[in-house]
Design a protein around this ligand. Structure first.
Ligand SMILES: Cc1cc2nc3c(=O)[nH]c(=O)nc-3n(C[C@H](O)[C@H](O)[C@H](O)COP(=O)(O)OP(=O)(O)OC[C@H]3O[C@@H](n4cnc5c(N)ncnc54)[C@H](O)[C@@H]3O)c2cc1C
Length: 428
């Protein structure tokens, strides 16, 4: 059996690994980019430290194009790390948080900092605390048809919604904020409640997730799989019992790209899922500007919704410079000039000279994640969308009500089971 996998992100890599290891057939991945990993791919950086005007050592490191960490509840991912012998490289760090309002960073990690925060009353803080503790008890199916706005206003009141949740939702979903379901919001609150007095417990791989992508690539090739980089799938058509992808025949296709792209490429009827675009700048500085905080949400107006101090989370010694992400989401890719707008705003807000920025890169990902609007759950479709054509990825059941690395590992595993079951049934 010849199997084609469209997309070399986590879903595609995990599916390829399982097909290849189970000798289910000849598996080939098509990836349009020049590296594997999709949204979890990394930059390779060379950093030359200097002593005054004299260059010293050059260190090389990889850093994710988009900020990533994992949670202790990511069971499928943790078991894959163990299978790939990566568990000893996994570290659990404290993720501290803050809120930038009225020109100041307000730390919000320790109980004392939360008590001192003046934008919510003591009563509102108590309600928020109880809500966070109860978040795990809500059922997604009950929350899918209610907007996050209506739910929070009814559970916690107008004040907490406007001063706390609305800026967060707006920075994540922009103009779609009023349509996002309570299922998405409550699941985020629940997953982020794994915290101690020094912050959230978040996992990260020593020297980055590029080691995970490399390990998957090595294992797939060793198990006999084929990977084509820089190979965009531009044409999919039915051919006999199987499919022609570009100019090659396959018995089975597993697509991990968005349903919109599948429909455009192959004319296949499938449930459409609206996506949003991520605009993420990574930059390096010689000093910390975030008061040692990992995650600062922007309450004030800025062309980014959060500023993430990666080296206030992972050790500075791994990089020898401070790495910062400026994170924004939008319905579409931004107009030219946005890059400079982000830099100007960052320098202005955090009193940084542009000459202090050692390097910066901008990643624009038009398919960064589905918009979890109300009613999403009932529209999740089954994986076989046409005979011998399967679709799995961020839009799959395993990634509801929020996409994640763990969800894509689960979607990759599940689609392989589904393909093998379907093929077996058709042979009986
Ligand atoms: C800003 C940001 C931060 C995130 N942070 C976290 C985090 O902290 N923790 C977490 O768990 N998750 C996080 N995620 C989510 C996580 O990155 C994704 O859920 C996961 O990586 C998705 O993997 P995937 O394989 O399903 O999709 P993708 O990574 O999108 O893979 C799809 C692949 O298909 C390729 N492709 C597209 N079209 C074609 C074509 N026509 N031909 C060939 N190839 C094609 C793409 O290039 C891509 O490589 C974050 C996502 C974003 C956007």
């Amino acid at each position: 059996m010849d199997i084609c996998i469209i997309g070399g992100g986590i879903t595609g890599l995990v599916a390829a690994l399982r097909f290849a290891r189970q000798h289910a057939g000849n598996v080939t991945i098509y990836e349009q980019g020049d590296t594997l990993g999709g949204l979890l791919s990394s930059y390779m950086i060379s950093n030359t430290s200097s002593n005054g005007s004299t260059p010293q050592n050059t260190t090389h490191y990889t850093i994710e194009k988009l900020y990533h960490h994992i949670f202790s509840t990511d069971t499928m991912l943790l078991s894959l790390f163990s299978e790939l012998n990566l568990s000893s490289q996994l570290h659990w760090f404290s993720g501290s948080t803050g809120y930038y309002i009225d020109g100041t960073i307000h730390p919000l990690t320790t109980p004392f900092e939360i008590l001192r925060y003046s934008y919510l009353s003591l009563f509102e803080k108590a309600r928020l605390g109880i809500f966070t503790l109860r978040a795990k008890k809500y059922l997604n199916e009950d929350l899918d048809s209610i907007t996050a706005e209506a739910f929070i206003k009814s559970e916690l009141g107008e004040g907490i919604y406007t001063s706390f949740f609305e800026p967060l939702l707006r920075s994540k979903f922009g103009p779609n904020v009023k349509e996002i379901s309570a299922a998405w919001l409550v699941s985020r609150v629940a997953i982020r409640s794994d915290r101690g007095t020094s912050g959230e417990r978040l996992g990260y791989l020593e020297h980055g997730f590029s080691h995970f992508i490399d390990a998957l690539e090595t294992e797939i090739i060793q198990a006999g799989g084929t990977i084509h980089l820089n190979t965009e799938v531009t044409d999919i058509r039915r051919e006999g019992e199987g499919w022609r992808v570009n100019d090659t025949h396959y018995d089975v296709v597993v697509s991990t790209i968005s349903p919109t792209q599948i429909q455009v490429l192959g004319g296949l009827e499938c449930e459409q899922v609206p996506y949003q675009c991520s605009i993420c700048m990574t930059l390096a500085l010689p000093r910390d500007v975030l008061q040692n905080i990992y995650w600062v949400n922007m309450g004030d107006d800025a062309p980014f919704g959060a500023v993430i101090g990666h080296t206030n989370f992972a050790p500075y010694e791994w990089y020898h410079e401070h790495i910062i992400y400026l994170a924004a989401y939008a319905p579409q890719p931004p107009a030219p000039g946005y890059e400079q707008k982000m830099i100007d705003a960052f320098c202005n807000i955090f009193s940084v000279q542009q000459s202090e920025i050692r390097w910066h890169r901008l990643a624009i990902e038009p398919y960064a994640g589905p918009l979890y609007k109300t009613g999403y759950r009932s529209r999740i479709q089954s994986k076989e969308i046409a005979p011998h054509f399967f679709a799995a990825g961020m839009f799959s059941r395993e990634n509801y009500p929020e996409r994640s690395i763990n969800g894509s590992v689960a979607a990759g595993e599940a689609v392989v089971q589904e393909v093998l079951r379907t093929i077996k049934q058709s042979q009986e």
